[in-house]
Write a protein that binds this ligand. Structure first.
Ligand SMILES: [Mg+2]
Length: 346
């Protein structure tokens, strides 16, 4: 008889080095949750899988709701970590939504399976760790001179993602361009523009040769996305409009690509499904993140060989990162070779 999987969790407070501002507001602290799945092998070895939830009120979650979900999930885990699909289906059957709570358990299960088989996750999935895009580095909203300063500090990143959605976007992008003349630029409006405003802004930003524009209009405004895309020369990527694979069919004719996040879709299993569905609809795929430690950033980085674009920099904005895993050097991410997620405490 195998021992049951045991789940414990604790608060994981992540302070940001500098306040982080996007068009929706400013954050100084991420109130995440650390999950541990404990399992004793029939031979007696105790193995631990790690996961992280980054609840975000915009997607309907708080630390307290994550903790309540985890308590509800604790009795559904069974006694076999290799039965990952069945366990995750049981969580889906118990509670709808709550994606970051599910992502934390999903991540910890994947970590556990990798550690038990002594293989890194990318290898279990049959992926080539040398493939995959560079990650962008994100510049939050601020005064133009502060955004320029941040861009200078990130000068070795070949791709900078600039947050927009203010009345001085042009000035901000111009300041970043002057500070980082060699970088390729993307902008992310986080739903701030109307469709007509977006078309005008994207036209005004044409001299900056944007690689793509992320979520120009409201999350539910699919017709707005289509309107912008039909009138813009720059690819449009859906972020807030696309949480799970089920969102893809309706979006497919409105955008050029989707931004996958573990904390929106509910974990690695759901992310791989979302990527497959996006590919079937001829969409490009990027993977982004929220304010997260190297634990969940590393989990997401195992998807890197499947992506066109990566924006996995949430851990780089932290005052102190309690974990280490994926390494980032001038935007080049190196996947761990250690078993499972390949994450250790600092
Ligand atoms: Mg975004």
């Amino acid at each position: 008889m195998s021992a049951p999987l045991r789940l414990t969790h604790q608060p994981l407070d992540l302070s940001l080095r500098q306040p982080w501002t996007i068009s929706r507001g400013t954050r100084r602290l991420a109130q995440n949750v650390l999950v541990r799945l404990h399992w004793r092998e029939p031979g007696g070895r105790e193995v631990e899988g790690l996961g992280e939830a980054a609840p975000y009120a915009y997607y309907g979650e708080l630390r307290e709701t994550v903790q309540a979900c985890l308590d509800a999930f604790a009795g559904l885990l069974g006694d076999d970590p290799f039965a990952l699909d069945a366990v995750l289906d049981a969580l889906e059957g118990r509670l709808r939504h709550n994606p970051s709570a599910k992502a934390a358990v999903d991540m910890a299960l994947h970590d556990l399976v990798g550690k038990l088989t002594e293989r890194p996750l990318w290898q279990l999935w049959g992926l080539d760790p040398g493939r995959g895009p560079l990650t962008s580095f994100s510049i939050g909203l601020d005064e133009p001179e502060v955004m320029a300063e941040k861009a200078r500090a990130a000068a070795d990143y070949p791709l900078l993602k600039i947050k927009v959605g203010t009345d001085r976007d042009l000035e901000n992008v111009r300041a970043v361009r002057a500070a980082a003349p060699g970088a390729r630029l993307v902008v992310d409006a986080n739903t701030a523009w109307t469709a007509r405003q977006a078309v005008r802004m994207i036209r005004d930003l044409q001299p900056f040769d944007l690689l793509f524009v992320e979520q120009p209009v409201g999350a539910r405004d699919l017709e707005g996305l289509r309107f912008v895309r039909e009138r813009s020369a720059v690819p449009i990527i859906a972020d807030e409009s696309c949480a799970t694979a089920e969102d893809v069919p309706a979006l497919a004719s409105c955008v050029d690509g989707v931004n996958v996040k573990l904390m929106k879709c509910g974990g690695l299993r759901a992310a791989r499904r979302l990527i497959e569905v996006a590919r079937a609809h001829h969409l490009s795929v990027m993977c982004g993140c929220l304010i997260e430690s190297s634990l969940s950033i590393t989990a997401a980085s195992h998807l890197l060989p499947l992506l066109d674009y990566a924006d996995l920099d949430g851990n780089l904005l932290l005052a102190a990162d309690p974990f280490q895993g994926v390494l980032c050097d001038a935007g080049r991410l190196t996947l761990p070779r250690a078993p499972g997620l390949g994450v250790t405490s600092r």
